[in-house]
Write a protein that binds this ligand. Structure first.
Ligand SMILES: C[S@@+](CC[C@H](N)C(=O)[O-])C[C@H]1O[C@@H](n2cnc3c(N)ncnc32)[C@H](O)[C@@H]1O
Length: 196
């Protein structure tokens, strides 16, 4: 979607492309039974109100919106937020983009709590050859997260149904209390169901 391509003369070309290419394919071929939608619970319900509290370039948020979720996407890095808003406008997606730190945004959320809070704080280590080009843009612009447990706690306080956390398969859960996990090749989604 956003390609951060190194130029021969130095610097990067950054562009947002949701009309064609891998992101467009991912959006239009998404199914409710795919790992992320399944972790969100979309194989059992038609829709959900979702806060993507680590929106980045919005690739996951756009898939969820395409499958019928009402998505609010929170991103704290202004440049990423601007790229995300452009992509959302290009796609015509029903996503509300908010520039904020999710810790404070979630703690001030008084009315209309979401069904689901989704967290993808994944931050691949520098030098990993498999890091996708879009992730390079995130890595250049966003600092490594230091507040994952606190963010998870804030998310669990507001989500009425569940919190879903994307993890590398070889990394431990951010915190105890995982109800179940949905595994796919390169990622794992840890699901924290809200006690009823
Ligand atoms: C790995 S990227 C997310 C990628 C995203 N899931 C996607 O599909 O494009 C993580 C993003 O979370 C953002 N982030 C981390 N902690 C945050 C916080 N407390 N509030 C808002 N954004 C946060 C970072 O700035 C970064 O852009």
């Amino acid at each position: 979607m956003a390609l951060c391509a190194p130029l021969a003369e130095g610097g990067y070309r950054v562009r947002v492309d949701v009309a064609e290419g891998p992101m467009a394919r991912r959006i239009h071929t998404a199914h409710r039974t795919d790992p992320l939608p399944r972790a969100i619970g979309l194989h059992r319900r038609r829709t959900a109100i979702v806060v993507d509290a680590t929106a980045g370039l919005g690739r996951d948020a756009m898939v969820l919106a395409h499958l019928g979720c009402a998505v609010t996407a929170i991103e704290r890095v202004p440049a990423l937020c601007a790229l995300l808003q452009l992509a959302v406008d290009d796609l015509g997606a029903e996503i509300e983009v908010v520039m904020a730190d999710s810790m404070s945004w979630l703690s001030e959320l008084a009315a209309d709590p979401p069904d689901v809070v989704y967290l993808d704080p994944m931050f691949a280590e520098p030098g990993k050859s498999q890091v996708k080009k879009e992730m390079q843009a995130c890595r250049i612009l966003a600092p490594a997260p230091l507040d994952e447990p606190e963010l998870l706690e804030a998310a669990r306080t507001v989500a009425t149904d569940r919190v879903v956390v994307k993890r590398h398969p070889h990394n431990d859960a951010i915190a105890p209390g995982v109800s179940h996990s949905v595994k796919s090749g390169r990622v794992r989604f840890d699901v924290y169901l809200t006690p009823r």
